[in-house]
Design a protein. Structure first.
Length: 192
Protein backbone atom coordinates (compact mmCIF):
# COMPACT_ATOMS: atom_id res chain seq x y z
CA UNK A 1 0.00 0.00 0.00
CA UNK A 2 1.36 3.40 -0.92
CA UNK A 3 0.16 6.86 0.02
CA UNK A 4 0.64 9.43 -2.69
CA UNK A 5 -0.79 12.63 -4.13
CA UNK A 6 -4.15 12.35 -5.93
CA UNK A 7 -3.91 12.33 -9.75
CA UNK A 8 -6.66 13.30 -12.21
CA UNK A 9 -7.02 9.72 -13.48
CA UNK A 10 -7.76 8.50 -9.93
CA UNK A 11 -11.23 10.08 -10.09
CA UNK A 12 -13.28 6.90 -10.70
CA UNK A 13 -11.43 5.03 -7.95
CA UNK A 14 -11.78 8.03 -5.62
CA UNK A 15 -15.56 8.23 -6.20
CA UNK A 16 -16.03 4.46 -5.71
CA UNK A 17 -13.95 4.36 -2.55
CA UNK A 18 -15.77 7.34 -1.01
CA UNK A 19 -19.21 6.01 -1.96
CA UNK A 20 -18.59 2.58 -0.43
CA UNK A 21 -17.07 4.06 2.73
CA UNK A 22 -19.92 6.54 3.27
CA UNK A 23 -22.62 3.93 2.54
CA UNK A 24 -22.13 2.52 6.03
CA UNK A 25 -22.45 5.91 7.76
CA UNK A 26 -25.13 8.52 8.48
CA UNK A 27 -23.93 10.20 5.25
CA UNK A 28 -25.11 7.16 3.23
CA UNK A 29 -27.07 9.29 0.74
CA UNK A 30 -24.40 11.98 0.35
CA UNK A 31 -23.14 10.50 -2.92
CA UNK A 32 -20.80 12.44 -5.22
CA UNK A 33 -20.31 11.33 -8.81
CA UNK A 34 -17.25 13.53 -9.27
CA UNK A 35 -14.27 14.41 -7.13
CA UNK A 36 -14.73 17.67 -5.27
CA UNK A 37 -12.30 20.53 -6.02
CA UNK A 38 -11.68 23.57 -3.84
CA UNK A 39 -11.42 27.33 -4.07
CA UNK A 40 -8.30 27.32 -1.87
CA UNK A 41 -5.29 25.01 -2.12
CA UNK A 42 -5.75 21.46 -0.82
CA UNK A 43 -3.80 18.44 0.38
CA UNK A 44 -5.30 15.60 -1.66
CA UNK A 45 -3.88 12.14 -0.95
CA UNK A 46 -4.91 8.60 -1.84
CA UNK A 47 -3.93 5.17 -0.55
CA UNK A 48 -3.30 2.79 -3.46
CA UNK A 49 -3.09 -1.00 -3.21
CA UNK A 50 -2.53 -3.18 -6.29
CA UNK A 51 -3.73 -0.33 -8.53
CA UNK A 52 -6.95 0.23 -6.54
CA UNK A 53 -7.80 3.37 -4.54
CA UNK A 54 -8.49 2.02 -1.02
CA UNK A 55 -8.39 5.32 0.89
CA UNK A 56 -8.45 9.08 0.42
CA UNK A 57 -8.13 12.35 2.31
CA UNK A 58 -8.88 15.89 1.11
CA UNK A 59 -7.88 18.87 3.26
CA UNK A 60 -8.58 22.37 1.95
CA UNK A 61 -6.29 24.80 3.73
CA UNK A 62 -5.95 28.48 4.50
CA UNK A 63 -3.51 30.98 3.09
CA UNK A 64 -5.40 33.64 5.04
CA UNK A 65 -6.97 33.16 8.47
CA UNK A 66 -10.65 32.08 8.61
CA UNK A 67 -11.13 31.63 4.87
CA UNK A 68 -11.75 27.87 5.19
CA UNK A 69 -12.09 26.85 8.85
CA UNK A 70 -15.12 27.85 10.91
CA UNK A 71 -13.18 28.73 14.07
CA UNK A 72 -9.75 29.09 15.63
CA UNK A 73 -6.71 31.27 15.14
CA UNK A 74 -3.80 30.97 12.72
CA UNK A 75 -3.88 28.98 9.50
CA UNK A 76 -5.91 25.75 9.53
CA UNK A 77 -7.05 22.96 7.24
CA UNK A 78 -10.54 21.53 6.81
CA UNK A 79 -10.85 17.77 6.24
CA UNK A 80 -13.67 17.65 3.70
CA UNK A 81 -13.28 13.96 2.93
CA UNK A 82 -11.57 11.06 4.62
CA UNK A 83 -12.61 7.57 3.62
CA UNK A 84 -11.25 4.04 3.58
CA UNK A 85 -12.73 1.31 1.37
CA UNK A 86 -14.72 -0.95 3.75
CA UNK A 87 -12.89 -4.09 2.54
CA UNK A 88 -9.67 -2.55 3.88
CA UNK A 89 -10.89 -0.92 7.09
CA UNK A 90 -9.17 -1.20 10.48
CA UNK A 91 -5.75 -1.81 8.95
CA UNK A 92 -4.36 1.62 9.82
CA UNK A 93 -4.96 3.14 6.37
CA UNK A 94 -7.09 6.02 7.74
CA UNK A 95 -4.45 6.78 10.34
CA UNK A 96 -1.63 6.72 7.77
CA UNK A 97 -3.55 9.04 5.43
CA UNK A 98 -4.17 11.46 8.29
CA UNK A 99 -0.54 11.39 9.42
CA UNK A 100 0.72 11.96 5.86
CA UNK A 101 -1.65 14.94 5.55
CA UNK A 102 -0.48 16.27 8.92
CA UNK A 103 3.18 16.07 7.86
CA UNK A 104 2.39 18.17 4.78
CA UNK A 105 0.24 20.56 6.83
CA UNK A 106 3.00 21.24 9.34
CA UNK A 107 5.42 22.03 6.50
CA UNK A 108 2.90 24.62 5.30
CA UNK A 109 2.75 26.13 8.80
CA UNK A 110 -0.84 25.08 9.44
CA UNK A 111 -1.60 24.76 13.15
CA UNK A 112 -4.72 22.55 13.13
CA UNK A 113 -7.20 20.37 11.27
CA UNK A 114 -10.96 20.78 11.56
CA UNK A 115 -13.46 18.05 10.56
CA UNK A 116 -17.23 17.71 10.76
CA UNK A 117 -18.99 14.39 11.05
CA UNK A 118 -22.41 13.03 11.96
CA UNK A 119 -23.41 10.84 14.89
CA UNK A 120 -21.69 7.59 13.91
CA UNK A 121 -20.10 6.65 17.20
CA UNK A 122 -17.43 4.45 15.59
CA UNK A 123 -16.31 7.33 13.32
CA UNK A 124 -16.30 9.70 16.29
CA UNK A 125 -14.22 7.15 18.21
CA UNK A 126 -11.74 7.09 15.33
CA UNK A 127 -11.35 10.90 15.52
CA UNK A 128 -10.91 10.55 19.29
CA UNK A 129 -8.16 7.94 18.80
CA UNK A 130 -6.48 10.31 16.32
CA UNK A 131 -6.37 12.96 19.11
CA UNK A 132 -9.14 15.21 17.81
CA UNK A 133 -11.38 16.96 20.34
CA UNK A 134 -15.07 17.81 19.99
CA UNK A 135 -15.40 21.61 19.91
CA UNK A 136 -18.87 22.33 18.50
CA UNK A 137 -22.07 20.76 17.19
CA UNK A 138 -25.47 21.50 15.64
CA UNK A 139 -28.19 19.39 14.02
CA UNK A 140 -29.09 18.16 10.55
CA UNK A 141 -32.90 17.74 10.47
CA UNK A 142 -34.70 16.08 7.56
CA UNK A 143 -38.40 16.66 6.83
CA UNK A 144 -40.53 14.34 4.72
CA UNK A 145 -44.29 13.97 4.14
CA UNK A 146 -46.29 14.82 7.30
CA UNK A 147 -43.14 16.02 9.05
CA UNK A 148 -43.34 19.13 6.85
CA UNK A 149 -46.69 20.19 8.42
CA UNK A 150 -46.68 23.94 9.09
CA UNK A 151 -42.98 23.92 10.00
CA UNK A 152 -41.71 24.28 6.45
CA UNK A 153 -43.75 25.92 3.72
CA UNK A 154 -43.19 27.44 0.32
CA UNK A 155 -44.03 31.14 -0.20
CA UNK A 156 -44.36 30.62 -3.95
CA UNK A 157 -47.91 30.01 -5.28
CA UNK A 158 -48.41 26.46 -6.64
CA UNK A 159 -45.03 25.32 -5.39
CA UNK A 160 -45.18 22.51 -2.84
CA UNK A 161 -42.22 21.32 -0.82
CA UNK A 162 -41.97 17.55 -0.73
CA UNK A 163 -39.01 17.18 1.58
CA UNK A 164 -36.37 19.36 3.15
CA UNK A 165 -32.88 19.14 4.62
CA UNK A 166 -32.21 21.77 7.28
CA UNK A 167 -29.56 22.93 9.73
CA UNK A 168 -30.87 23.54 13.26
CA UNK A 169 -28.53 25.58 15.46
CA UNK A 170 -30.94 26.12 18.38
CA UNK A 171 -31.23 24.20 21.66
CA UNK A 172 -34.79 22.85 21.48
CA UNK A 173 -34.02 19.72 19.49
CA UNK A 174 -36.88 17.86 21.28
CA UNK A 175 -39.39 19.64 19.05
CA UNK A 176 -38.14 17.39 16.21
CA UNK A 177 -38.34 14.16 18.19
CA UNK A 178 -40.95 12.73 15.80
CA UNK A 179 -38.82 13.37 12.72
CA UNK A 180 -37.41 10.11 11.42
CA UNK A 181 -34.04 11.56 10.55
CA UNK A 182 -32.18 13.92 12.86
CA UNK A 183 -28.37 13.86 13.06
CA UNK A 184 -26.08 15.67 15.39
CA UNK A 185 -23.26 17.15 13.29
CA UNK A 186 -20.10 17.34 15.37
CA UNK A 187 -17.01 19.50 14.86
CA UNK A 188 -13.67 17.90 15.71
CA UNK A 189 -10.42 19.82 15.92
CA UNK A 190 -6.81 18.70 16.27
CA UNK A 191 -4.03 21.18 17.06
CA UNK A 192 -0.48 20.39 15.98
C1 LIG B 1 -13.13 6.55 9.77
C2 LIG B 1 -12.24 5.84 8.75
C3 LIG B 1 -11.59 6.88 7.83
C4 LIG B 1 -11.16 5.08 9.53
O1 LIG B 1 -10.28 4.44 8.61
P1 LIG B 1 -9.65 3.00 8.95
O2 LIG B 1 -8.46 2.81 8.07
O3 LIG B 1 -10.73 1.97 8.88
O4 LIG B 1 -9.25 3.17 10.48
P2 LIG B 1 -7.81 2.91 11.18
O5 LIG B 1 -7.29 1.58 10.81
O6 LIG B 1 -6.93 4.10 11.00
O7 LIG B 1 -8.29 2.93 12.70
C5 LIG B 1 -9.00 1.84 13.19
C6 LIG B 1 -9.98 2.30 14.24
O8 LIG B 1 -11.07 3.02 13.64
C7 LIG B 1 -12.32 2.60 14.22
N1 LIG B 1 -13.05 1.83 13.20
C8 LIG B 1 -12.77 1.79 11.88
N2 LIG B 1 -13.69 1.04 11.25
C9 LIG B 1 -14.56 0.62 12.17
C10 LIG B 1 -15.73 -0.19 12.11
N3 LIG B 1 -16.18 -0.68 10.96
N4 LIG B 1 -16.39 -0.44 13.27
C11 LIG B 1 -15.96 0.06 14.43
N5 LIG B 1 -14.83 0.82 14.55
C12 LIG B 1 -14.16 1.10 13.43
C13 LIG B 1 -11.92 1.70 15.40
O9 LIG B 1 -11.73 2.57 16.50
C14 LIG B 1 -10.62 1.12 14.93
O10 LIG B 1 -9.79 0.68 15.98
P3 LIG B 1 -9.81 -0.89 16.36
O11 LIG B 1 -9.78 -1.67 15.09
O12 LIG B 1 -8.60 -1.04 17.22
O13 LIG B 1 -11.10 -1.09 17.11
C15 LIG B 1 -13.01 4.82 7.90
O14 LIG B 1 -13.58 3.85 8.74
C16 LIG B 1 -14.09 5.38 7.02
O15 LIG B 1 -13.90 5.54 5.83
N6 LIG B 1 -15.30 5.70 7.55
C17 LIG B 1 -16.43 6.12 6.73
C18 LIG B 1 -16.25 7.50 6.16
C19 LIG B 1 -16.34 8.57 7.24
O16 LIG B 1 -17.21 8.54 8.07
N7 LIG B 1 -15.38 9.52 7.19
C20 LIG B 1 -15.31 10.60 8.19
C21 LIG B 1 -16.31 11.68 7.97
S1 LIG B 1 -15.75 12.84 6.74
Amino acid sequence: MIIRDYRVNDETGWVRCRTLAFLQTAYFDNVLNKKEYYKNPAIELVAELDGQIVGLIDVEYEKEERTVCSRGEGLGGMIWHIAVHPDYSRQGIGQQLLHAAETKAKRMNLNRFEAWTRDDLWVQNWYGKMEFKIVDSYYHVYFEGNEMNHKIQSNTPNLYLVNAFTHYVGRDIDQFKNNKRVHQCVCFEKSF
